[in-house]
Design a protein around this ligand. Structure first.
Ligand code: AMP
Length: 218
């Protein structure tokens, strides 16, 4: 199973990618997670990427393509992978195509997650995460048992710097300008599959697992 999860920030790609990866035993490759880890570890890559990320801008194509190329070479991708948040530009999609075909592989499917804009802003601005164990919560939809405290490890919850209002607006603008063209790009290649992701997490997951079942590795 080799799939891409495409969609604006806040549509739930990451949450669904975690579940699908566990259910189908494939690797989840999230460029956002990889970049945030690099920022936390203060690596050269993290220091380079931090400013772009805080403002809601994209990190340069060559940086993320290199990250993904390394991850795809890992043994845990042998069974397949879910790409979450990559590609985000047409040049990234072209680079992905080249990396896969150089290894005799191709994508099976690109799932296009769709959620109305007002729901996206509500989802993102209410999102809280644990700086220690990375668990995520939502002030309305998935609140922690004790306000502001991580259920899993007891740490004080925080807000991602790019989940603040101004950064959200910037991320949505960038999505429309740079990532939305991928809908047409993959539609022309007959890989695009629309997915209504406005429902509850469990409902979306059920639909998604049904759609992806034919691509399960045998
Ligand atoms: P995400 O967690 O997918 O919302 O990504 C968080 C941030 O990481 C984005 O707003 C970008 O700054 C950066 N990022 C993640 N994936 C990419 C990508 N494929 N290309 C460029 N920047 C990315």
């Amino acid at each position: 199973m080799r799939v891409v999860f495409l969609g604006a920030p806040g549509v739930g790609k990451g949450t669904q990618a975690d579940r699908i990866a566990a259910q189908f035993q494939v690797a989840k490759i999230s460029t956002g997670d990889l970049l945030r880890e690099a920022v936390r570890n203060r690596t050269v890559l993290g220091l380079e990427a931090k400013n772009c990320m805080d403002q809601g801008n994209l990190v340069p194509d060559d940086v993320v393509v290199r990250l993904v190329r390394e991850k795809l070479a890992d043994a845990n991708c042998a069974n397949g992978f879910v790409l979450d948040g990559f590609p985000r530009t047409v040049p990234q999609a072209e680079a992905l195509g080249r990396v896969l075909s150089a290894n005799g592989m191709a994508l099976d499917l690109v799932v296009n997650f769709q959620v109305p804009r007002e729901d996206i802003v509500r989802r993102l601005s209410g999102r809280r995460s644990c700086p220690k164990c990375q668990a995520t919560f939502h002030v309305d939809f998935a609140p922690p048992k004790v306000d502001g405290i991580c259920d899993r490890c007891g740490e004080l919850l925080g807000q991602r710097s790019d989940d603040r209002r101004d950064a959200i607006e910037m991320r949505l603008k960038i999505y429309n300008e740079q990532t939305a063209p991928l809908v047409r790009y993959y539609d022309e290649r007959q890989l695009l599959h629309p997915m209504d992701a406005s429902g509850a997490v469990d409902v979306v997951f059920q639909h998604l697992s049904q759609e992806l079942a034919p691509y399960r590795a045998t």
